[in-house]
Design a protein around this ligand. Structure first.
Ligand SMILES: Nc1nc2c(ncn2[C@@H]2O[C@H](COP(=O)(O)OP(=O)(O)OP(=O)(O)O)[C@@H](O)[C@H]2O)c(=O)[nH]1
Length: 511
């Protein structure tokens, strides 16, 4: 049995925030998201088999989505489009795969920005009423001219209108973020969408998100919006410095022009009148920090602060979900497709190949003597080599190709619309480029080679991804056994039988 997969996910339903912990005791399925529902489970060994988990008022529910075999939840057969509540512990028969699902659900009550904004608006209207009443009384006592009252009311009304406009824009941003929380797949895509949206509503002139890199070793700027990298040679720019400070202290800061003027080294960029540094957190962990600044005469005003706190909670959740899903789809070390993701892609390609009579090939790459690299230079060096090879494979791949890491030092390249003969030429280029790569790791340039197997799609694979991988794997073993650093083609069993028969005939005629 493989390691249980734990997915901590957050749903936003209207203004309610639910956390659900899903534990898949066995993980033969791949996890994805579609634009409407939160979580989609795919079984790549059975075509078109997928189910969706979505949230209802009573808790998470499961829905079968047009699968060929139907999905069973605790012995109840679900027909396509039917849905059933997920009991906290349940067994799911998914095609031929059995998956144990468990969930713990919790509700959180975030401060509701919309309710707060309405109350604030109500207070302002009450204030205005009282002012007008006072002024009317004064007027009736002839203590104040009518024009003064008119001017005063006009001013108050304009302020009220501005506040209403601001809140409406902020509410609409929260709605759009709400949609992003439940839809976005990649966290970088999420941030690239969110930063300009937020900047626009807050009247910011530029911004970026500071995030730890995949190894958690250094903080890097992502999703830069109107933000050119600083060219200063004498230390970091103020923006980057304050962002790092707030990230490390997990501190939310909204700085006014006056507060900014107190900073001496590094000095804020002269024209900046307001800075917002907002850590994005989930379950107590700081995932990233949003930095925005403005040159607007008022800077960021205090009214925006309450909005920013709600924004902070929502964006934190959105980011956490997007990271969770990305990790399920992507290999953490190399950024290539994860095993389950590539299996899913292979199944889809086989279906296409069968339906349209197109060729499709699979290249299986296994690095030679990789253990020696780990033993001699350490695991860190080994990881670096894996990343270099992954980067090379990505560079060599065409748009229609899919590159994945199966685990350890094993990679596959799925080449669509390509015959095994052409894939062999491609594989030979991969082999030669890996041999010439000589990655520089901790100051040493390492010699690496790979053994490669190539298999072509054929009907006897019955659209089963693992069988296709198995064929390419067999060819790779042949390459290993014939001396490594070479490419071998897989021969389907019928061809192998013919070969054996002709070998026998040949040896018979010689004898
Ligand atoms: N650095 C690093 N090493 C890994 C990772 N995953 C697996 N390995 C190591 O990869 C090595 C694979 O060793 P073997 O299966 O013996 O293969 P090999 O040394 O390449 O030998 P041949 O395949 O016969 O050429 C083992 O030492 C694993 O610990 C990883 O993510 N990072």
């Amino acid at each position: 049995m493989s390691e249980p997969m734990v997915l901590d996910l957050d749903w936003l339903q209207g203004d309610k925030h639910h956390s659900v912990r899903l534990t898949l005791d066995d993980t033969p399925v791949s996890i994805g998201r579609d634009p409407v529902n939160l979580l989609v489970l795919h079984d790549s060994s059975v075509s078109r088999q997928h189910a969706e988990i979505f949230l209802t008022a009573q808790g998470p529910a499961l829905r079968d989505k047009g699968s060929r075999f139907g999905t069973q939840l605790d012995q109840h057969l679900l027909q396509p489009a039917q849905s059933m509540l997920l009991p906290p512990q349940c067994e799911l028969l998914f095609g031929r795969q059995k998956v144990s699902l468990r969930y713990d659900a919790a509700h959180h009550h975030e401060q509701d920005f919309a309710v707060w904004a309405l109350h604030d608006l109500q207070h302002r209207i009450d204030d205005m009423q009282q002012h007008s009443l006072g002024a009317l009384i004064q007027l009736s006592q002839q203590a104040q001219p009518l024009s003064d009252l008119q001017q005063h009311l006009c001013q108050q009304f304009q302020q009220l209108q501005q506040a209403a406009q601001q809140w409406s824009a902020q509410n609409s941003l929260l709605q759009r973020l709400n949609t992003l929380v439940n839809q976005t797949q990649g966290y970088l895509v999420l941030l690239e969408h969110a930063v300009p949206m937020i900047a626009e509503v807050l009247g910011a002139r530029r911004g970026f998100v500071l995030m730890a890199d995949k190894r958690g070793q250094s903080l890097q700027r992502q999703a830069c919006w109107n933000y050119a990298p600083p060219h200063a040679t004498d230390g970091p720019a103020f923006s980057e410095w304050i962002a790092r400070e707030c990230f490390e202290r997990q501190e939310f800061r909204l700085l006014s022009a006056q507060q900014l003027s107190r900073f001496v080294s590094p000095r804020p960029e002269v024209e900046v009148t307001g800075v917002l540094a907002m850590p994005l957190q989930a379950n107590g962990e700081t995932l990233a920090l949003l930095y925005l600044d403005t040159t607007h005469t008022d800077g960021f005003n205090q009214l925006q602060e309450t909005f920013c706190k709600t924004l902070q909670a929502q964006l934190g959740l959105a980011l956490k979900n997007a990271i969770t899903i990305s990790r399920a789809l992507c290999d953490d070390l190399t950024g290539l497709c994860s095993r389950s993701m590539i299996e899913e892609q292979i199944t889809l390609s086989m279906e296409q190949a069968k339906r349209y009579g197109q060729p499709c090939s699979l290249i299986f790459i296994d690095l030679d003597n990789f253990k020696q690299i780990n033993d001699q230079y350490g695991h860190f060096a080994g990881d670096e080599v894996l990343r270099c090879v992954a980067a090379l494979l990505k560079t060599l791949a065409r748009k229609a190709d899919r590159v994945g890491r199966l685990g350890g030092e094993e990679f596959v390249v799925l080449v669509n619309n390509t015959s095994p003969d052409s894939a062999l030429i491609y594989a030979e280029r991969i082999r030669a480029d890996i041999a010439a790569l000589e990655p520089l790791v901790t100051g040493v340039s390492l010699k690496i080679t790979a053994s490669i197997g190539v298999a072509g799609f054929h009907h006897a694979l019955h659209n089963l991804a693992y069988r296709f991988i198995d064929c390419a794997d067999q060819a790779m073993y042949q390459a290993k056994n014939s001396g490594k650093n070479r490419v071998c083609a897989h021969k389907p069993a019928t061809l192998q039988l013919l070969d054996t028969a002709s070998d026998t005939l040949r040896s018979g005629s010689r004898g």
